[in-house]
Design a protein around this ligand. Sequence first.
Ligand code: NAP
Length: 256
Amino acid sequence: MFHPALFKGANVVVTGAGRGIGLETARQFLDCGAHVLLHGGRAASGPLPDFLEAAVAEARAHIVYSDFLVEGGIGAILQRVDSLFPHVDVLINNAGTMVGRFPAAELTDEQYETIVRLNQTSVVEVTRALLPSLRRAPSAAIVNTVSISALTGGSPGSAIYSATKAFVSTYSKGLARELAPDGIRVNCVSPGTITTDFHSRYSSAEKLEATRKTIPLQRLGTAEDCAPAYLFLASKALSGYITGQVLEVNGGQLIC
Ligand SMILES: NC(=O)c1ccc[n+]([C@@H]2O[C@H](COP(=O)([O-])OP(=O)(O)OC[C@H]3O[C@@H](n4cnc5c(N)ncnc54)[C@H](OP(=O)(O)O)[C@@H]3O)[C@@H](O)[C@H]2O)c1
């Protein structure tokens, strides 16, 4: 648990915060005093969790829904940011998913475009759209979600998804150098195997159990394990001399 005033008065944008890693990260920013715009994914699904309903009522949390795969999806985020915040202190680019497991020979053009547009192009577009707001902050931080699969290539059927995460990792390193003169740090969090809806969609219970056995800490990760890494990399007080890095959060699943 970080200090409850660590992000007091900071304006934070988290994409893909409808559930899983993004929602927990947004919750922890709120616990530390931030104002948070949560991009809740494509559309609302069910009632908000209690903590979020309370933060919305206090006007400390705001929610926008938009599909990054449709025309205008990124623009909706920008519009909302501009109407809420004079500047953005922290941008967490987290929205993404594997979309499916597609054997290389059967991958269609549409599947390929969807995976790349969601996991790769949207990160470039959201970052480009919010850069003027980030530049207006006294010192800003961007934290991008990548994946252990950016280094390993992932498991069968996820090669394109894994490659998009490697793209975001390299893009972040390039941005870190480019934006350092503006006082903007850019880093990544790289989750290992984290028990969110993501794996209930793409991995069988048997596959997850086999993976668990290979992890030195002998358990799968949780969104709660990941969120502090985002807050650490977003905080100038905690990581002000760290930029262009990838923080692996995987229980030792990959040590290199
Ligand atoms: N879980 C893991 O083991 C793991 C490992 C490595 C990396 N990651 C990465 O971590 C990030 C968060 O994943 P998670 O595990 O928390 O998964 P999750 O629970 O499936 O959350 C993914 C988020 O992305 C949003 N999203 C998906 N498609 C979208 C679209 N077309 N337009 C806008 N938003 C969209 C989802 O909203 P909807 O409600 O619209 O679907 C949701 O809010 C992702 O980038 C993922 O690739 C996860």
